[in-house]
Design a protein around this ligand. Structure first.
Ligand SMILES: [Zn+2]
Length: 215
């Protein structure tokens, strides 16, 4: 049924947050966020392709790429997914609070031209992560400078972050997922475990596939 599959396949951009040269946050052990993003986004891309979706990956060739260029690589794609892992405020690290923070966060931008569809996919991803046993972190809503991201859905950990560049420059619906908090040493260990990566990737890929499924 190759013909039928091709007709229904969705085209998904899977963006690996950051680059090897500018690797984002630092995990409790010192390992860079980019390494976590690469592992998880690779598993998500693998799972999407197993569901017969077409996938373009961004920031996997070792080169620098500007945020606005990430969303321009595949202008005809149906959906843009950016995969990240989280840190916490330096003041919380300094106060010895690393182990208090855990969980995923999902972001959408109202400046994206397909805000409603972005939100629908964010909801699907949140439901998938909850069903997989993950919990929302919620600390990005803390009313302090550097956080203060309005919560759109507390149960699903969905926040509004209008100025996130990849979300607002994407011409297609777009969602950014912070899969977990690598600043927390316990969480870092768990998030680096291949079983956890497989489980989280599966949940995200199934959700992205389902919310982009064509009739
Ligand atoms: Zn990041």
């Amino acid at each position: 049924m190759a013909g039928a599959t091709a007709a229904q396949a969705s085209y998904i951009v899977v963006d690996t947050g950051h680059t090897p040269q500018h690797p984002g946050a630092t995990a409790a052990s010192g390992r860079a966020e980019y390494a976590y993003n690469l592992d998880l986004s690779g598993a998500v891309a693998h799972d999407l392709m197993a569901l017969d979706d077409r996938v373009t990956r961004i920031s996997v060739n070792g080169k620098e790429i500007a945020l606005k260029d990430r969303t321009a690589q595949a202008p005809d794609a149906d959906f843009f997914l950016s995969i990240h892992h989280d840190s916490i405020q330096q003041a919380w690290i300094d106060a010895g609070r690393r182990r208090e923070f855990a969980g995923f966060s999902i972001f959408v931008s109202q400046l994206n031209p397909h805000y409603e569809r972005s939100l629908q996919c964010a909801q699907a991803i949140g439901e998938g992560l909850l069903a997989a046993g993950e919990k929302p972190s919620l600390y990005h809503a803390t009313p302090i400078q550097g956080e203060n991201r309005p919560l759109l859905d507390e149960r699903l950990g969905i926040h509004r972050f209008d100025d996130l560049v990849v979300l607002k420059t994407a011409r297609m619906p777009a969602v950014l997922v912070e899969a977990g908090v690598i600043a927390n040493p316990d969480e870092e260990k768990r998030l680096g475990d291949p079983q956890t990566i497989t489980k989280i990737a599966n949940a995200i890929a199934q959700a992205v596939h389902a919310c982009n499924e064509k009739p």
